[in-house]
Design a protein around this ligand. Structure first.
Ligand code: NAD
Length: 366
């Protein structure tokens, strides 16, 4: 199978991992890159040996691009992805899919009319950690899932990210930044959600950048930075979830799923691997489950490679726009519930993506 050509728009911090992935996965090849800051695209092209440095407009009209990889900042995701689809390209976005439900719906509907694919990060859930955890649940080791906990607590990103402003703008915050990893993992493990009940707050109205090159600059915080809530899933499972940029230190586990027969400790959904631990009635303590699936190390681009292979064979792709839209709906519901102090019923649902095949060679997705 000939690899599909990928054009990258947005050559920032995360792009290196995708450029590396472009050489690793045999269903994709990165042929071009672009950025509104031309030097950013030029520097990445030089570093990674990308043949064409284009303007974003030229990249969208290039015959040598089948899929646009949109790894711009979150507030640009909707416009860049929609322009890509209107230009006749499949598109794969970094998370979140878009900032609003309306933008997300427009993107999916426009792509569907043109028979184009929309994919979206995170693809960490296709890695060994979450796929093994999913297999443990599907094989019945914890019985019927009853409840879950999901915790992502830290003190934000202004101490390390070179341009951390977007983390505190509308569409940023810990839910839109990290929620996609946790919620995509939870939907992979438990299926779609039905509703959200949440309380939100913002501990600091200003944040001080301590990372270079903007050290000393103040960021005005536009979005809640502590979101605490309950997600009720269609299968009846109830998840207590906290995402926060207002916590100095926490040792709470990332995700646990508790069932009628046992408990499952799921590794950090922001990584591909990690330890999967199982406890069943009668065990002395947690037992580590060996990985059943491949991709236990950094594999960004796996979801994009899966989409490229799926386009060629006509099967559904796993890191889909529908899944990302459902995750966006859940994240927005946290904000809505925080404002209205009521349970928000979700307007969307999605298919649980099919599990990854076992026994894959590195670089392969089928
Ligand atoms: N940095 C990380 O660790 C990380 C991890 C996972 C996911 N992400 C996601 O990846 C995306 C990019 O993050 P980043 O950290 O690389 O950000 P970044 O700010 O370092 O890079 C974004 C790049 O996009 C360019 N850009 C912005 N708007 C554009 C537009 N309209 N057209 C063309 N180029 C445009 C910017 O000039 C910049 O070079 C975000 O959606 C983020 O949520 C980042």
């Amino acid at each position: 199978m000939k690899p599909l050509n990928v054009g990258v728009i947005g050559c920032g911090n995360i792009s290196d991992l995708y450029f590396e992935g472009g050489k690793r996965f045999d269903s994709i090849v990165i042929t071009a890159c672009a950025d509104i800051v031309k030097t950013a695209a030029r520097d990445k092209a030089k570093k990674h040996g990308i043949p064409n440095v284009l303007t974003p407009e030229k990249l969208l009209s290039s015959d040598e691009v089948d899929i646009v990889l949109d790894i711009t900042v979150p507030k640009a995701h909707a416009a860049v992805a929609l322009a890509a689809v209107k230009a006749g390209k499949h598109v794969y976005n970094e998370k979140p899919l878009t900032l609003t439900r309306e933008e997300g719906r427009t993107l999916l509907e426009t792509a569907a009319k043109r028979k184009l694919r929309v994919g979206c990060a995170p693809d960490t859930v296709l890695g060994a950690g979450v796929q093994t955890a999913r297999k443990v649940i599907d094989d019945g080791w914890i019985g019927v899932p009853v409840s879950a906990t999901a915790f992502m607590q830290c003190h934000g990103h202004e101490h390390w990210h070179p341009s951390p402003e977007f983390y505190y703008e509308a569409g940023g915050g810990p839910m839109f930044d990290m929620g996609p990893y946790y919620l995509t993992a939870l939907v992979t493990l438990l299926g779609p959600a039905a509703g959200v009940t949440a309380v939100t707050r913002r501990a600091f109205s200003e944040r001080l950048i301590t990372s270079e090159p903007q050290k000393g600059k103040i960021i005005h915080v536009e979005t809640p930075t502590h979101l605490s809530g309950i997600v009720d899933f269609s299968n009846g499972a109830v998840c207590t979830m906290v995402t926060s940029f207002d916590v100095w230190r926490s040792d709470l586990p990332c995700i646990e799923i508790h069932g009628t027969e046992g408990s499952l400790s799921v590794p950090d959904p922001n990584t591909f691997g990690g330890e999967v631990n199982l406890f069943r009635n009668g065990y002395d303590g947690w037992r580590t489950v060996p990985h059943s699936h491949a991709y236990a190390v950094q594999s960004r681009g796996l979801g994009l490679a899966d989409m490229a292979a799926a386009i060629q064979t006509g099967r559904p792709h796993r890191a889909s726009g529908e899944l990302a839209y459902h995750v966006l709906d859940i994240m927005q519901a946290f904000l809505d519930s925080g404002e209205t102090h009521t349970r928000v019923a979700l307007e969307s649902t999605c298919e649980r993506p099919s599990p990854m095949p076992m026994g894959l060679w590195d670089g392969r997705v089928d």
